[in-house]
Design a protein around this ligand. Sequence first.
Ligand code: CO
Ligand code: ZN
Length: 332
Amino acid sequence: MQALIRRLTESYGPSGSEDQIRDVVRGEIRGLADYVTIDPLGNLIAVVKKKAKSGKKIMLAAHLDEVGFVVSHIDAQGFARVQLFGGVNPLACVGSRVRFADGRLGVIGIEARRDDLTKVPAVNELYIDVGATNAADCPLRLGDAAGFWRPMELAGRRLIAKSLDDRIGVAILIETLRSLKQTPHEVAFVFSVQEEVGTRGAGAAAFGLEADVGLAVDVTRAGDTPNGPRMEVRLGGGPAIKVRDARMIADPRVRELLEQRAREAGLATQREVLEGGSTDAAAMQIARGGMPAGAIAVPTRYIHTPSEMVELGDVQACVALLTRFLQRPIEL
Ligand code: CO
Ligand code: ZN
């Protein structure tokens, strides 16, 4: 699974520019589903058809896009100013490397003559340097988008990579599709676009699919760092089952069924009570007439920086839990 996670996290795909990562995922799932479509917004949807009359229609979602930058201005010296796609952590920007669609690298710099050098950088104080010497020489155009660039690295049982949010969810969906030998349900694996700019892809996909139950697989914050966020989630504690986040209250029946399936399989889980941020499940829950929805979250440190960190055991447990959930009856 590590090689898969490497291919996914090292792919390019800021919000709205998901073509490259979508092609990678399409290659990984070839031959595994009954059919695969790309909807008008760009969501990649792989469907495993229903095998039993009692089966439900399940929508799973993991987002293809990563947080990023879009060029909004190029100055006379050839430095690019940017706007953000998603909640990029400004403290993680200075000195970071970014990559554009054509593979071009850039370095993020910051105006050195700021009023207060101790302040958190504002986006308009940052710029991207691609090695140009003047505007005419700058290969960038307005609207070009970039994501962070960093290769995946291993630290013991933990992985460090850019865009584990949410390529780790994408990897979990792919591995689940691979290990799902039989299921009574119709399962739509949705690899969604534009999550980081407001769960746009999943909302449209949920409306179109009209599923009975929805589950997002995404990352959540971990509280196990020095003076970390006050939440119980920790790396190595197993899949985090969502209770609430900033935009949704998970359906308690979905949450309890996930916890029950985990207990049956002897898998440890944690409960996620998240104050800020959300997932595709928030959009799925209120699509059309509404649907029972929940989320499985991978405990993750340093979210929206170029060095996000997860533990492999948690990731494997997410695959085991999701596979079991889909193989068993779903009565809410
Ligand atoms: Co995110
Ligand atoms: Zn995410």
